[in-house]
Design a protein around this ligand. Sequence first.
Ligand SMILES: Cc1ncc(C[n+]2csc(CCOP(=O)(O)OP(=O)(O)O)c2C)c(N)n1
Length: 314
Amino acid sequence: MVRIRVVEETLADYYRNEQEMRTPVHFSIGQEATAVGVCAATTPQDWVYTSHRSHAPYLAKGGDLQALVAELYGRQDGCAHGRGGSMHLIAPEVGFAGSAAILGEMISVAVGTGWAFSRGGEKRVAVTYFGDGATEEGVFAESLNLAAVHRIPVVFVCENNLYSSCSPLSARQPAGTSIHGRAEAAGVRSAQVDGNDVFAVHAAAREAVAHARDGGGPCLLELATYRWREHVGPKWDADYGYRSQEEIDSWLVRCPILRATAALREREPDIATAVADWRRQFEEETREAVARAKALPFPPVEGLLDGTYLPLAQ
Ligand SMILES: Cc1ncc(C[n+]2csc(CCOP(=O)(O)OP(=O)(O)O)c2C)c(N)n1
């Protein structure tokens, strides 16, 4: 969690202070426990998908930092060869199967992946991260239904950070309804968890992954968390008018790293010093990755159509 926080804070500074990262960036600063708690419950053979808020699960799953940074700078050595940017990360070697910008898209892809696993007799699990906003896409309901009917080994991970861009959940859904409630109504087991408590997230994820792996079918985890920075970009956004500084402050004190540090203090009395050391180490690691990325070449123009489905007529 500390590494993800420092990598993202450092990248946010570069993003704001220079104009070299030519990709929209959706930071997970404040949401690190959902990435770490769930990904740590998977094996490299389990495939994890995300939508646009992708850096944190990519790193939590073990994705290479240099390949991430090179991707953000559009370089050939990026994890998507400099063609995808922040929202199209991929690291199949560690089971990070891919991210995509279209809301809800990877929910259905994960269901298909899980179905392929179970039909092929493999004891592997597909995991798909998405926000509360994505649950309003029709594909969410369709995916829950298919997964329930066929007992597909998929874990739906909803990072409920209360907003879809600038639109609050309370203005989008009727009072008295819930995301985990919609899963239950579709016949999918669900749990509602404090998404800023990494230990609680991990325990729930371990149970959900084990249940799916053992043939029990899908689960949905609704993880309550909060995005600290603006929806897309590096800035703080209390002045945008859609949420208050008081609300943001009430979540800053629930920082998942502070909470984990406090929980570990008795067993690890030197934890605060260790965190401070890690912060320095990870900032240096990120700055070195940025310097190296900037020295790398861009993808060649003549290869622009490689990998596309429909090459343009010459
Ligand atoms: C199908 C589709 N509609 C709209 C968008 C534009 N869009 C990108 S992110 C976003 C909000 C997503 O909110 P949520 O799913 O809660 O995730 P969060 O950003 O809070 O992590 C929207 C509306 C999109 N990418 N795809």
